[in-house]
Design a protein around this ligand. Structure first.
Ligand code: ARG
Length: 461
């Protein structure tokens, strides 16, 4: 009545609830491709080292190929009773090829097997994300090139602060996504060592060749400690941490889109492809995709938290707790991928309402700093004094019910007699942004150069 794979020691099968809590097949069937790749590498090594015969290895490989086809075709008979993907595949192999199937698990445990499969899956997911994130950067760069000189209000505290260019704003995200890609690349580099051959926890007495299986699976080499190999999940945590940070960036941009396409702003219009209507209010066009990007970060951060908590109390080496490592990754990484692709789509389709941006850019005395800078530069005042005088000019403008840029020369000179006609020119938003030529500044010429630099970098990869 016991399990086909370990039945020897058991007199009865698991209880119904035990089967329900123990089975992971509904989740880890997603590792089928990786599990077969791992087994292929393992059996080739077993044959090469003479641990199994070449004939048995050939039968096993052929059986695994058949199984891969069945999984692909959706005809594979997944069974809950067989607990997980590893035992489902091994049991099927036995059905297909008989006795040699029992030799596949020589010098291997499900502990190193699952660590290997999971790493392969996470590695694939990270590779996919990198390409999608590069695509998102390209979308931002294209908008930045087009809007290098489009003036918008820059905010601090969501209060109008100084004019910036929309291109500059887009390039800020290109930088953030570049660091996100860097974190993902770091995680990938660090994780790319093979757990296979660590066996249950202590290594094996068989003369295995771990270098061989590591190379076959695209790893840089084998992990150096068998206990570490089967019980560490920091590779998954690191992937989730990188994902959570990346998702946070996307969420901030999503929040900006939601604000920008609201009626009081109207900075941008989202395409029909990324918005929805209302079932009752005919006029509505809602930024649902942006809102969902903003919301999904909750799941991604939650996934990181989940796995941190799962792992924090697990003594070395493997414990079944670690079976709970997969749902957070299977949820979070595809969710991030979707968010990246949705954001790239929204950026690509964006209609920028330059007039609305420009109109708001000069509201709120946004060029006051430029007058203070002028007083420093042309009159030679210390910045603090210039700041004070400009503050009085803002007050005068407020009293007159206008913007500082709309004060007449006479009105300005009433504040401070040292102000001349020349000062009026620095109060325009275009002059303001054009003057910000410092490295990393918002001046259109800077933005063009930076966009070009990014275009070249992204084209080179
Ligand atoms: N389904 C298990 C997991 O996902 C595979 C490893 C089981 N190992 C064990 N010793 N029970 O973690």
């Amino acid at each position: 009545a016991g399990n086909a794979l370990w039945g020897g020691r058991f007199e009865a099968g698991p209880g119904e609830i035990m089967e329900e809590i123990n089975a992971s097949i509904d989740v880890d069937k997603r590792l089928a491709r990786q599990d077969i790749a791992g087994s292929m590498a393992h059996v080739a090594m077993l044959a090469e080292t003479g641990i199994v015969s070449h004939a048995d290895a050939a039968a096993i490989s052929a059986g695994l190929t058949t199984i891969a086809g069945e999984i692909e075709a959706g005809t594979f008979p997944f069974s809950r009773a067989l607990e997980d993907i590893h035992m489902n595949i091994e049991a099927r192999l036995k059905d297909l090829i008989g006795e040699p199937a029992g030799r596949l698990h020589t010098a291997r445990s499900r502990n190193d097997q699952v660590a290997t499969d999971f790493k392969l899956w996470v590695r694939d997911a990270l590779d996919g994300l990198d390409g999608e994130m590069a695509d998102l950067q390209r979308a931002f760069v294209t908008v930045a090139e087009r809007h290098a000189a489009t003036v918008m209000p820059g905010f601090t505290h969501l209060q109008s602060a100084q004019p910036v260019t929309f291109g500059h704003h887009c390039l800020a995200y290109v930088e953030m996504v570049a660091r996100d890609r860097g974190r993902i690349a770091d995680a990938r580099r660090r994780m790319n060592e093979s757990p296979l051959g660590a066996a249950a926890l202590a290594g094996t007495a068989f003369p295995i060749d771990r270098e061989m299986t590591a190379a076959a699976l695209g790893f840089d080499g084998p992990m150096r400690n068998s206990l570490d190999a089967v019980s560490s999940r920091d590779f998954a945590l690191e992937a989730l941490a990188a994902a959570a940070i990346a998702a946070t960036h996307l969420s901030r941009f999503a929040e900006e889109l939601v604000i920008w396409c609201s009626a009081p702003f109207r900075f941008v219009t989202l395409s029909d492809a990324f918005t929805t209507g209302s079932s009752i209010m005919p006029q509505k066009k809602n930024p649902d995709a942006a809102e969902l990007v903003r919301a999904k970060v909750g799941r991604i951060i939650g996934a990181l938290t989940t796995l941190l908590v799962v792992m924090k109390g697990v003594p070395l080496a493997y414990s079944k707790d670690m079976q709970e490592d997969k749902p957070p990754l299977f949820d979070a990484l595809p969710a991030l991928s979707l968010c990246v692709r949705a954001t790239a789509g929204m950026v690509r389709d964006l209609t920028v309402n330059e007039d609305a941006m420009r109109a708001l850019a000069s509201k709120g005395h946004t060029t006051a700093t430029d007058l203070a800078d002028w007083l420093v530069r042309e009159v030679g005042l210390p910045f603090r004094e210039a700041h004070h005088i400009t503050g009085e000019a803002v007050l005068a403008a407020e009293r007159a019910g206008k913007e500082i840029a709309d004060l007449t020369l006479a009105e300005l000179r009433a504040v401070d007699g040292r102000i001349t006609e020349d000062a009026l020119t620095v109060l325009t938003v275009d002059r303001s942004v054009a003057s910000r030529t410092s490295l990393g500044g918002t001046a259109p010429e800077r933005v063009r150069t930076e966009a070009q630099r990014w275009r070249a970098l992204l084209d080179a990869t």
